[in-house]
Write a protein that binds this ligand. Structure first.
Ligand code: ADP
Ligand code: MG
Length: 235
């Protein structure tokens, strides 16, 4: 098990981030000066109404989208304008992603889906299958290793997606409404898995509009009118 290392280190830092989209003749100022500081090992929820810019913010943190103005530091390094190759390398080194709709590859088994990121790291077939199996086992998914995504329930699919996100041992996992497609009990089960991987030292940012889900994190941020309005440290 990983230890909670660099506990006090600031792993994510945003200052005055602005992001505008153009839709036809309209310009939408989605982010209007977002400040955010996240320490390594924290588990944070981001809440906000639909359209408030939560996914935009997560995509910026995930180096999937750029921003117009401001500063972004990831693990002590400034993230400015960069090539897609550089962004891909940084994502590969630091980040894991979880989506509401799982984004599993339908014609690959659970184990193959989990092993895929290691293929891109040129890990041998034997090693990547072995590691994928270990991750599936930890999440109680070993019996489903040879099943295809359409043979799995929503909660099981999300466990496979979580295993795939953490197999590269990322610094930060970004989850965009990971329980949005799941029923209540299944959502709580998935959050317990998040807690488990957070305890192993992975920093977690979870977007949700469910209070009960947000309450399971260390800190809740509210995005409204393009800025982070409130940040509440739980007692
Ligand atoms: P949330 O995730 O909080 O629901 P989003 O970040 O998805 O919000 O979207 C915020 C706003 O930005 C919405 O008004 C949306 O229509 C707009 N938007 C998001 N992505 C794009 C895009 N690629 N092009 C144009 N407008 C976008
Ligand atoms: Mg969204």
């Amino acid at each position: 098990m990983l230890e909670k290392i660099h506990d006090k280190k600031r792993i994510l830092f945003l200052k005055n981030i602005h992001k505008t989209y153009t839709q036809g003749n309209n310009r939408i100022n989605v982010l209007r000066g977002v400040d955010l500081s996240v320490r390594a090992g924290e588990m944070i929820a981001i809440m906000g109404s639909s359209g408030s810019g939560k996914s935009t913010l997560l995509n910026i943190l995930g180096l999937l989208d750029d921003y117009d103005q401001g500063e972004y530091m990831l693990d002590g390094e400034f993230m400015g304008k960069m090539s897609e190759t550089k962004a891909a390398a940084l994502r590969n080194r630091h980040l894991g992603f979880i989506f509401q709709s799982f984004h599993l590859i339908p014609f690959k088994t659970a184990q193959e889906n989990v092993a895929l990121p290691l293929f891109f790291r040129k890990v041998s077939r034997k090693k990547r299958n072995q590691q994928a199996m270990e991750h599936l086992e930890r999440l109680g998914m070993a019996p489903w290793a040879n099943h295809f995504p359409n043979e799995l329930s929503g909660g099981q699919k999300q466990r496979v997606a979580i295993a795939r996100a953490i197999i590269t041992n990322p610094t930060v996992v970004l989850a965009d409404e990971p329980t949005g497609a799941l029923d209540n009990d299944t959502s709580l089960g998935v959050m317990k898995v998040f807690k488990q991987i957070n305890t192993r030292g992975i920093t977690l940012i979870v977007i949700t509009h469910e209070k009960q889900i947000a309450a399971m994190t260390d800190r809740i941020l509210y995005l409204s009118e393009g800025i982070i309005k409130k940040s509440r440290i739980k007692d």
